[in-house]
Design a protein around this ligand. Structure first.
Ligand SMILES: [Zn+2]
Ligand SMILES: [Zn+2]
Ligand SMILES: [Zn+2]
Length: 358
């Protein structure tokens, strides 16, 4: 982000004694003469206009006001002695500066209604044109606290508890097994090999990253990256301008900008390995084998998959079990007997040779 200065605007302050609104460049209340003290904050005018007057711009950029260490009066940054009491301002303290006051108010604001006579005055007016009464800005609305109802803690706890109970029940039932003797009734296996071939594909890339020898086509301009500094052809993108307190009775209006640098994003033709066929072999014996795969030119063998299944009968019920490997699968000849651990859901969780041999 690069900060850009839009210009300077005059701020205003509210007299703590009489409530009068005063221009930021005036350090004593124009109505009652009270001094602008350290505690009084500068505020944005209801409607802000970028200053064109050279003298005011000099004042706006001079730096934060110095508060006199003796009488508390604000003096311009360049003053050496307090204009109120004559004290040496080397003992004084610079006003705070740099706070963001809010979005730049460059839009026409609502008229200010005079609290005394009811006349509508322009938003930039400090005093009523009709009766001379001080005009006040409408107080900014206090931040609404997020309207959220108190969370129904009891319901959440109840749901959590129910979930825990269900999970515990599932865990318990899954792990509670009964032993039963089963006999192998059937076996089957399936093995598959993917055949991959080099096929044409369309890829996309930044034009300058396309491999040498490939032809770019259908290019479109896209934002490649953003950067804080300008560059030839880059597009400037700025956020909403806002006003920053300078401590001098003036605000600096700034905006944060970045530069979008575009580049060509293109398609190009290429080739890549893709699965074009899958060969499978299957059987109901204990001799699993891989399908006879012979890749041709521009082909190669891809992923292999194997699945094994053993079917048991025990107490007139049928159970299936899937050995993870071929080595384990061949241990289950039909007719052999095994001790099965069966859980509440009818799933086999363990298989051991039945005592007394297979
Ligand atoms: Zn006053
Ligand atoms: Zn002083
Ligand atoms: Zn009035």
């Amino acid at each position: 982000m690069a900060e850009q200065t839009v210009g300077y605007v005059e701020l205003e302050w509210r007299c703590p004694s009489c409530g009068n609104r005063n221009p930021g460049s005036v350090k004593k209340c124009v109505q009652c003469g009270a001094a602008l003290t350290e505690e009084v904050q500068f505020e944005q005018a209801p409607q802000e206009t970028i200053i064109a007057d050279e003298a005011k711009i000099v004042a706006a950029t001079a730096g934060a006001d110095i508060q006199c260490g003796y009488c508390g009066t604000a003096n311009s940054a360049t003053a050496k002695k307090c204009k109120q009491c004559g004290a040496d301002l080397a003992e004084g303290k610079a006003r705070a500066a740099g706070q963001v006051l809010g979005g730049f108010r460059d839009q026409p604001a609502a008229p200010l209604k005079c609290p005394a006579c009811g006349t509508d005055n322009p938003p930039t007016a400090l005093k009523c044109a009709n009766c001379g009464a001080a005009l006040l800005q409408p107080k900014p609305k206090p931040e609404q606290p997020a309207a959220s109802k108190p969370f129904p803690v009891a319901i959440v706890l109840a749901v959590l508890l129910a979930c825990c109970v269900l999970a515990a029940a599932f865990f318990f039932l899954s792990n509670r097994t009964t032993d039963t003797i089963g006999e192998v009734r059937g076996v089957n296996w399936q093995r598959a090999i993917a055949i991959e071939a080099l096929v044409p594909v369309v890829r996309e890339a930044w034009k300058n990253e396309i491999p040498a020898g490939k032809q770019a086509s259908q290019c479109t301009s896209r934002v490649h990256h953003t950067q804080p500094d300008p560059a030839p052809g880059a597009k400037e993108v700025c956020g909403t301008p806002y006003t920053v307190d300078q401590g001098s009775g003036f605000g600096k209006v700034v905006k944060q900008c970045v530069y979008e640098v575009s580049a060509d994003w293109c398609k190009y033709d290429d080739i890549d390995w893709r699965v074009t066929n899958t060969l499978t072999a299957q059987g109901s014996d204990l001799n699993p084998r891989w399908p006879d795969a012979r890749p041709g030119s521009n082909q190669r063998l891809g992923n292999r998959q194997e699945q094994y299944q053993v079917t048991f009968t025990a107490n007139d019920k049928t159970y299936t079990f899937s050995p993870p490997t071929g080595e384990e699968y061949v241990r289950f000849p039909p007719g052999s007997k095994w001790k099965l651990k069966v859980n509440t859901f009818g799933a086999i969780t363990g298989v051991e040779p039945a005592s007394g041999g297979q």
